[in-house]
Design a protein around this ligand. Structure first.
Ligand code: UDX
Ligand code: UDX
Length: 488
């Protein structure tokens, strides 16, 4: 049985370690953070990721998963060492900070056993794995070892499922030993028909960036089209569904919103663009995605102010601070831009997020934190939905209107139904979204918000932004929405 050591117990490292243990391997997860390791040893999971606590507990109990501070014994004992340390942006630069990766490579080099396979899970720019190989070879010229690039595509919030049922596994390698090790690790995936792509180190590195950049491009595309829909009286939800039914376009990642955030898309688009500049092969589309997305977040406060008027002294409930639902991660979240801007405009802000507290980021200190949705909304002049948590998507509009002092509801995720919000007495402002007719009888006669195979038409599902495909021949009604209310 292979011994696997994972360096880094963050979102990617921890999920990978637990999932490798579930596959039956003996896994040790190392981290430099003493309190993180101490917690993990006692079953305290440092991040919120649905199902991860149970999975870690089960695998630890079965003796397949253990945690430790960096300890040479666990490097020497490993057949495969996975590097899953962060690769954030360098401060004041678009380039990826590879210092943790090379730090880890130098740290493991003296202890690797003959035949060890060093596998990079972290997202790293083209050429990095070859440099990792050179770094280790410089330290251990006589060592027989392989380097593999095995980028991870999991999404936070549904990380375990994404890891266990991936669309594909990408393996970049430079020798047969590295490839053979990955064939063993991913044997069950190969058996169940998951495409496992064996390619060069550089290709694997580029595939990861190209995938993230393309998805980010899709989001920025629909966000700009949403703005045009507002100007032209269209409805981006209907539009996204209609174009998404063309398989050449695809229905996923066409959810308009406040701009993408998280630990990957923002930094990866910046790093991909920086790589293009550095290598003299500019990625002009991706450069534009970066600036479109940044500008979008900066315009959020103006959108609220346009709808609410002068924000000074007004109490605004902010629903959601995480960059997406089902995570406690606020890295590059829209909240980090919106909250300081509204505070500067004089608004009193009350945040409620089921998993994010005041210590999550400096930028959120401008707001007070409520411990429930009810506490956030009660007495508020306006509400701004920033993260489409299930709790917000299923909010009862009439109740919300009753407890709030004001009637403005800004929904930056199109998570709620305009007709229901208006019927409850709200002035509802979505993204790129016209509103259904204001006459209640028409509402009653109109088709219910369309469901296609049980999924709401706007594609919000727990897994995030995934609309189901209608059966062939199904009629899909898209009621005409007359833009009324506040046009932004
Ligand atoms: C991962 C990837 O590795 C990154 O490249 C990808 O783009 C996003 O996902 P992530 O798991 O989000 O990063 O990183 P983070 O949650 O910050 O965790 C990194 C962990 O590595 C931390 O627990 C940190 O303490 C640990 N670490 C960091 C080490 O153990 N050693 C180091 O040298 C540096
Ligand atoms: C992403 C990639 O999807 C994953 O493959 C990669 O490994 C890491 O980066 P993650 O950042 O965890 O995953 O979440 P994702 O669901 O992709 O969302 C990223 C951001 O885009 C979030 O802010 C989300 O709200 C936003 N988004 C996503 C939209 O605004 N619209 C969409 O249609 C989809």
């Amino acid at each position: 049985m292979l011994n696997i050591t994972v360096i880094g117990a963050g979102y990617v490292g921890l999920v990978s370690a637990a999932c490798f243990a579930r596959l039956g391997f003996s896994v040790t997860c190392l981290d430099v953070d003493q309190s993180r390791v101490d917690g993990l040893k006692q079953g305290v999971i440092p991040i919120f990721e649905p199902g991860l606590d149970r999975l870690v507990a089960t695998q630890a109990k079965a003796g397949r998963l253990r945690f430790s501070l960096v300890d040479p014994a666990f490097i020497t004992g490993a057949d495969i060492v996975f590097l899953a340390v962060g690769t954030p942006s360098v401060k004041d630069s678009d380039e990826a900070d590879l210092s943790h990766i090379f730090g880890a490579a130098r740290m493991i080099a003296p202890h690797l056993k003959s035949g060890a396979v060093v596998t990079t899970k972290s997202t790293v720019v083209a050429g990095t794995n070859r440099r990792i190989r050179a770094t280790i070879a410089a330290e251990r010229p006589d060592l027989r070892f392989s380097v593999v690039s095995n980028p991870e595509f999991l999404r936070e919030g549904c990380a375990i499922r994404d890891f266990t049922e991936p669309d594909r596994v990408v393996v970049g390698h430079h020798d047969e030993a590295g490839r053979a090790a990955m064939e063993t690790v991913y044997a069950s995936f190969i058996d169940n028909g998951t495409p496992v792509i064996f390619t060069s180190l550089e290709n694997a590195e580029l595939i990861k960036y190209a995938a993230n950049a393309f998805l980010a491009l899709k989001i920025s595309f629909i966000n700009e089209v949403a703005d045009l829909c507002e100007a032209a009286g269209g409805d981006v939800e209907n539009l996204a569904q209609a174009i998404g039914l063309d398989p050449r376009i695809g229905e996923r990642f066409l959810q308009a919103g406040p701009g993408f955030g998280g630990s990957c898309f923002p930094k990866d688009t910046r790093a991909f663009a920086a790589t293009g500049r550095r290598l003299g092969s500019p990625l002009r589309l991706i450069e534009t995605v970066v600036s479109v997305n940044e500008a979008r977040k900066e315009q959020l406060a103006a959108r609220v102010e346009k709808a609410l008027g002068d924000c000074a002294g007004k109490t605004i409930a902010i629903l959601g601070a995480a960059f997406k639902p089902d995570t406690d991660d606020v890295r590059e979240a829209a909240s980090l831009v919106l909250v300081p801007a509204l505070a500067k405009a004089g608004a009193r802000l009350r945040i409620y997020d089921p998993q994010v507290g005041p210590d999550a980021a400096e930028e959120l200190r401008h707001a007070s934190f409520a411990s429930s949705l009810a506490e956030a909304l009660t007495g508020a002049d306006a509400a701004v939905l920033l993260t489409e948590w299930e709790e917000f998507r299923t909010l009862d509009p009439r109740w919300a209107r009753e407890v709030m002092a004001g009637s403005l509801f800004v929904d930056f995720r199109n998570a709620l139904q305009p007709a229901e919000m208006q019927a409850a007495g709200f002035t509802y402002v979505g993204i790129g979204r016209g509103e259904v007719p204001e006459v209640p009888e028409v509402l009653a006669a109109a088709p219910a918000p369309q469901r296609v195979n049980g999924s709401p038409v706007n594609g919000h599902t727990r897994e995030g932004h995934e609309a189901a495909r209608p059966p062939r021949g199904a009629a899909i009604e898209m009621p005409e929405r007359r833009p009324v209310g506040v046009a932004l």
